[in-house]
Design a protein around this ligand. Structure first.
Ligand code: C2E
Ligand code: CA
Ligand code: CA
Ligand code: CA
Length: 277
């Protein structure tokens, strides 16, 4: 229903040329942009294949700039990590995302929200668990409606596993992001106290034409289910992939086949248009 271009909102019409900022320009503008709250979450729907409904969203950071257009996270997340700004940005993204989810519920359409966590947010020290519980208390979001997306590298760090366990004990969901790309050991999967596994887009891309990708996706789905986890496929772009994933028993799909990341009001519109469950 929504073209990927829709995510650029009023800032960009296709074919417009925007001046592209250099890395150094971007790095100089970043602290103020974070301080002023100009980096905001957009929301990509998570679609439950069997219930045929949007049940939640993933928050993806966007920096709309009047001169530069929409700046993608690949440009500013690594810069924020390097400049020591990722704690501030991460907290701002979490707070804005939780506020949005509280707003949806208040509008009569509750949905869960998944927020990306940089490994730096956990390894820089500081009280990550305290920060998260503070944001939940401030915004009033029930912990069960929050999911944190963490990469496998984090789960493999023994010192960080305590943090994950504490978040889980609070009732927050933990998703293993980009599963299959990193250290991906099936033995580790068993030890994770994660509730969700997200199959990386690179596996989905080759579906359903490439048999080996189908076999891998099938295996991850069965393994995830065997461990009591919810399985999400990301980067789902076409109806053939949707059908193959439905057949394989995947729980949730995310991708342009459903919608790109949308500004808050558009995301709420999709949710509200479904009617009540
Ligand atoms: P990710 O967490 O793996 O997010 C998925 C990326 O794939 C997003 O890119 C999303 O827009 C894109 N995508 C979704 N569906 C499709 C599809 O069907 N086809 C294609 N080609 N792409 C699709 P985005 O928003 O540019 O984010 C890139 C990465 O930046 C994210 O990867 C995540 O690692 C990071 N990121 C984004 N927001 C945040 C944030 O608030 N905090 C942190 N720490 N990282 C973030
Ligand atoms: Ca993610
Ligand atoms: Ca991912
Ligand atoms: Ca990815």
């Amino acid at each position: 229903a929504c073209s990927p271009a829709a995510q650029f909102g009023p800032f960009r019409a296709d074919g417009d040329d925007w001046p592209v900022p250099g890395d150094d320009q971007l790095a100089r503008a970043l602290p103020r942009a974070i301080e002023d709250g100009r980096i905001v979450p957009f929301f990509q729907p998570k679609f439950d294949i069997f219930r045929k409904r949007i049940t939640g969203f993933e928050a993806l950071a966007r920096w709309p700039d009047p001169d530069w257009g929409m700046i993608a996270p690949i440009r500013f997340i690594p810069a924020a990590e390097e400049a020591g700004l990722i704690l501030a940005l991460g907290e701002a993204m979490l707070a804005a995302s939780c506020r949005a989810a509280v707003g949806w519920a208040a509008g009569g359409h509750a949905a869960s929200i998944a927020v990306n966590v940089s490994p730096h947010q956990l390894s820089l020290g500081g009280d990550f668990v305290g920060m998260v519980s503070g944001v939940l208390a401030e915004t009033g979001l029930p912990p069960a409606r929050l999911e944190l997306e963490i990469t496998e590298s984090v789960m493999m760090e023994p010192t960080l596993r305590g943090v994950i366990d504490a978040l889980t004990a609070m009732g927050i969901g933990i998703a293993i992001d980009d599963f299959g790309t990193g250290y991906s050991s099936l033995a580790y999967l068993k030890r994770f106290s994660a509730s969700t596994v997200k199959i990386d887009k690179s596996f989905i891309d080759d579906m359903p034409a490439a048999l080996d990708s189908c076999i891998l996706v099938d295996a991850i789905i069965r393994l995830g289910h065997g461990l009591g986890m919810t399985v999400v496929a990301e980067g789902v772009e076409n109806v053939e992939q949707v059908e193959a994933l439905e057949l394989a028993g995947c729980d949730i799909i995310q991708g342009y086949a459903i919608a790109p990341a949308l500004a808050g009001p558009q995301a709420f519109g999709l949710l509200a248009n479904q009617g009540s469950a």
